[in-house]
Structures are given as C-alpha cells and as structure tokens.
Design a protein around this ligand. Structure first.
Ligand SMILES: Nc1nc2c(ncn2[C@@H]2O[C@H](COP(=O)(O)OP(=O)(O)O)[C@@H](O)[C@H]2O)c(=O)[nH]1
Ligand SMILES: [Mg+2]
Length: 256
C-alpha cells in the first residue's frame, strides 16, 4: 500500500479519498493500514439520517449541505442503500437529487452498497466514516433507508440521529416498529407543504412527552419542506443544540 495515497487523502485529495474508501469497503490489501492511520477525531460530528424510502432524505441532505456550505463548512456525505443492488433506481435518484454537489470543492459524496444481511448498514460503514473524519471535513452526513436493522445501527454510530417522516405517517405512528421511535434524537416531519403536517408534529410531540423517561435528552420535532429549504435553518439549529448538549453531558464530571 502506497502511503502517499493515505497522506494525500488526509489532505483532502478526492481521488485518494475515493481509493482509500474502496480499499476499506472491499477489505482489499492495505486496508488495515488505512484504518490504523485514522486519527481519533472526536470533534467531527456524524449526522445520521434515516427514514422510509421516499420520505425526502436525499432532498433534505441536499438542502442541509447547501446550508453548511454557505457557512463555509466542508461536508462529506455517505449514502447507504440497504436495498441495493436490487434498487439501482434509488441510487440514481439520489445522484440526481444531490447532483449540484458532486463536483463542489467543499463536498464529497460517496454511495455504499449494503453487503450486510438483514438490510443493515455496510459492515465497513463505521470504518469509512471514521476515515472521513480524518480527511479535513467539518461534518459527516450518513443517509440510509430505514429498513431492517439499519436505523438501530445508524443510531449507534451517529452523534445525532434524524428520523425523517412525512405527514401521512401520522396514521401509522401507533403501529410503528418497536424501537424506531427510540432511535431518533430529532424527528423531521418533511413534506410539511402537505396537509396534516402541523397535526402530525403535535401528535409526535405529545407522544414523546408522555413516553419520555427522561433518560438522555428529549428528542425534538422539526417541520421541513426539503424541496424549498423551509425549516432547514431550524433543523440546523436543532442539530447544533443537540450536539452541544450532548458534549456538555459527556464532559460533565459525575458526582459520586
Ligand atoms: N412536496 C414535497 N416533496 C418532497 C419534499 N422533499 C422531497 N420531496 C420529493 O419526494 C421524493 C423523494 O425524495 P428523496 O429525497 O429521493 O427521498 P428519499 O428516498 O428519502 O431519499 C422526490 O420526488 C422529492 O422531490 C418536500 O418537502 N415536499
Ligand atoms: Mg435517498
């Protein structure tokens, strides 16, 4: 393994980053060297975004990237589609959705196919996101379709986990998979241009309030229209304040 590739990747060279990720993804020769070279970067937040297909996750990622790039942040986006390779159309759709960022100097986007069984994340996702943290990005966004085990895995991996839902989900909320509600730090009611969004958000808030065991931080609910950017500033504020609170909690000295 040529060490200069790793070094160039660390300096933000896109081709070298892509090459390193492929090596990690395929566990190809030299991949251990790349992983062990990853500095322990704690300060780069990993934002996980999950939810059902079609909820608007990729459109939301596109809008968030726009917001962060406007703040002169460098962003890496990793998209994992557990349904691929059977769903090439979804990946293509994501590519179109985030089209304007593919050649932007502040943005790096990578799609990973899932090799995990049970629709989980790609087994190397953790190593790949850790690697990216050491390549000069200010934040990492991880988008995955919420099927199978992926939400649980993304919640474990991410520093803040967004669950994207649409107003129509209101009818199904009682029947939602057990465990799904618990993974979210922030509930995003996207497609808030559709009827029922305000009602659904209120319903969600009530439910969270009544089920809150006050372990950890209470989740928040944000309404967005990803296609127009409405609510994106509020969402960014929610993300930042969740991460802030979490850091303060982690830094707190535990009274005996
Ligand atoms: N009306 C409306 N449509 C949206 C909104 N956000 C996304 N969409 C549309 O929903 C479809 C699915 O979006 P996509 O981002 O691919 O969803 P994903 O599968 O969750 O990544 C696309 O046609 C988007 O244009 C929104 O806020 N309002
Ligand atoms: Mg998508």
């Amino acid at each position: 393994m040529d060490n200069s590739i790793i070094q160039l990747a660390r300096q933000g060279d896109r081709k070298c980053i892509a090459r390193c990720i492929s090596l990690i993804e395929n566990e190809a020769e030299g991949y251990e060297a790349i992983i062990s070279s990853s500095p322990a970067v704690q300060m780069v937040p990993l934002i996980g975004i999950t939810g059902p297909p079609g909820a608007g996750k990729s459109t939301l990622v596109d809008a968030l990237v726009e917001g962060y790039v406007a703040e002169e942040k460098k962003v890496a986006v990793v998209c994992v589609d557990p349904s691929s390779p059977f769903n090439k159309g979804a990946l293509l759709g994501d590519r179109i959705r985030m089209n304007r960022w593919y050649n932007h100097p502040s943005v790096y986007i990578r799609s990973l196919a899932s090799r995990g069984s049970m629709g989980g994340l790609h087994p190397s996702t953790k190593q790949i996101t850790s690697f990216l943290k050491g390549c000069g990005f200010d934040l990492i966004i991880l988008e995955t379709v919420g099927v199978g085990q992926s939400e649980i895995e993304i919640a474990r991996l991410a520093d803040v986990c967004l669950l994207v839902l649409v107003p129509e989900a209101g009818d199904e909320i009682q029947f939602m998979k057990a465990g799904l509600m618990e993974v979210a730090d922030i509930f995003v009611v996207n497609k808030a241009d559709r009827p029922g969004a305000v009602f659904f958000a209120t319903q969600l808030k009530n439910m969270l309030h009544s089920s809150s065991s006050n372990q950890g931080l209470e989740a928040s609910v944000v309404n967005t229209v990803a296609t127009t950017g409405k609510g994106i500033e509020e969402l960014k504020t929610s993300i930042a304040s969740f991460l802030n609170n979490k850091n303060q909690d982690n830094g707190r000295i535990d009274p005996q």
